[in-house]
Design a protein around this ligand. Structure first.
Ligand SMILES: [Zn+2]
Length: 210
């Protein structure tokens, strides 16, 4: 327990947001890898790209501040980046990464696919993942997940989830707590990009959401 806690702290130091200049735990920030050639910055959602990184708070405001001079200040060079272009790049990377995590969960057998399998796993699940267009099924399961205190994300379409898993449409999956590391990465990936775009990520029903 002590070793694990220590390890988490060591891997999660504070970093400065290139936009607002506030410091925050690394886990809450989005990493960009720095390179010597234009455009000098590449989103690194997996945090595995080598070399120097700059960090950004997951909010549209931080992003705007960073593209209007914050990144240039951090990198000490003139940088021309557009907030919307970066969001597009981040979303493309998010899709690829989400697919990788989904397949990793499937490979390591911590993934339940489909309403019945998810319902059976939910008691021991770390994460519930609902497709954006899975309207009817998600109410019962998300209510159950909320009661149990499970994390829940909404990401991707039924067709996309199905395609990733080599099936027809998939409306809902869950990850077993044995795959908590993967589930944590998924939750972070989905939440950060949603915050960056100013969109909602929660499974809770809202007035605009049928
Ligand atoms: Zn910030």
């Amino acid at each position: 327990m002590n070793a694990a806690t220590h390890n988490t702290q060591r891997r999660n130091p504070e970093r400065t947001c290139a936009g607002c200049r506030a410091t925050a735990p690394q886990a809450e920030l989005i990493r960009f890898a720095v390179s010597d050639a234009p455009p000098y910055l590449a989103p690194d959602l997996g945090r595995r790209m080598p070399g120097r990184g700059v960090w950004l708070g997951a909010s549209r405001r931080c992003l705007e501040q960073a593209t209007r001079g914050g990144f240039a200040r951090s990198l000490k060079r003139k940088i021309e980046v557009n907030a919307d272009t970066l969001v597009d790049q981040i979303e493309a990377q998010q899709q690829r990464r989400a697919q990788g995590l989904l397949l990793a969960a499937s490979r390591t057998r911590v993934l339940a696919v489909g309403t019945d399998a998810v319902r059976d796993m939910l008691m021991n699940a770390s994460l519930l993942w609902v497709a954006e267009d899975a309207q009817n099924r998600r109410d019962e399961l998300t209510a159950m997940a909320e009661r149990l205190g499970r994390r829940c994300v909404v990401f991707g379409t039924k067709a996309w989830l199905g395609h990733t898993l080599g099936r027809d449409e998939v409306a809902v999956v869950a990850m077993h707590r044995a795959g908590d590391g993967i589930a944590t990465e998924v939750a972070s990936l989905v939440t950060q990009v949603a915050l960056l775009k100013g969109s909602t990520t929660t499974c809770r029903r809202t007035s605009t959401n049928g």
